[in-house]
Design a binder for this molecule. Sequence first.
Ligand code: GLY
Length: 365
Amino acid sequence: MGTTTTRRKFIKAGLAAGAATMIGRRPTQGAGSADGGPSDSGGAPCVIASGNGLQSTAKAMRLLRQGADPLEAVIAGVNLVEDDPDDTSVGYGGLPNEEGVVELDASVMHGPTHRAGAVAGLRDIKNPSRVARLVMDRTDHVLLVGQGALKFALAHGFRRESLLTEESRRIWLEWKEKLSDRDKWLPPEEKKKELSAALLRALESYGTINCLALDAERNLAGVTTTSGLAFKIPGRAGDSPIIGAGLYVDNEVGAAGSTGRGEANLTTCASFRVVNAMAGGDAPEEACLKALKFVFEKTRLTPRLLDDEGLPRFGLSFYALNKKGQFGSATMFSGGTYCLHDGRQNRQRESAYLFERRNRRLETP
Ligand code: GLY
């Protein structure tokens, strides 16, 4: 689709007097999604993931075709990213907390049984999504945190290992040395002034992968896994391990998950909100945009989270899949992508969005 046609798909919706202008890419009406492609898999199976999940959607689809349970399929899919040292937002190689320790959060939810499991602040275990699944299957609980989650993982035979790669350690050290002139950490003289591109990216990073699947029997499942906010206060848990915030599945309706600023989701229960909107008849993309608008309206109550134009200083994205095999995604700012295997092809697609990016830098609050 050409740029001109694409631009025609933007809509403008005025907010309350004095507010910033909201630009939402037109929600899907029947066939057609934000990037002009179909928004319906034409039936199950179907797998959707955040933009860093192309290998995950491929793997999950392979497993679904072999008859795997949809939860097992999506977990195996995201394990590839958890194991990847080059993805600094998830699992092994994830960016650490302010003390240089990697702490991981994850949740899983299984549609047919409406059961869930989660871990938060898990150290030294690179596949928190697998531990979350065991919390679901082998305990009467939903969420284990910190030391308790680690002991539980070790009891189930997980191997303890350092999750900090050389690359993540270097980025963390640069952050420690350069971002305060009031402590005793000093950067090398020749590198004093500028921040590296890797650190600039890290400062905007809430990372995360979300992956949702619909199998041939039209059963749904989902997983969200992350190393969370880079350089967070030790013990900080984001939205990823919280059912209803970073992930929610209702087998009668659909599934939704999120990446981006977890705090914005934690106070809005946004994934639950997306599924609820789909239950009310919204197409997945429309439901994602609605949740983003709600988050934005609530964010306007906290001025420190807004830039000079009155727009959020943070990114946030939603991914959604309904029981009919319709799918969609939306992000706070333009330029976001998601991955979709619709049973025919596996590719990265453009997400709908609420605001044009206009060369803005997002800032970590
Ligand atoms: N959404 C990931 C986090 O905020 O930790």
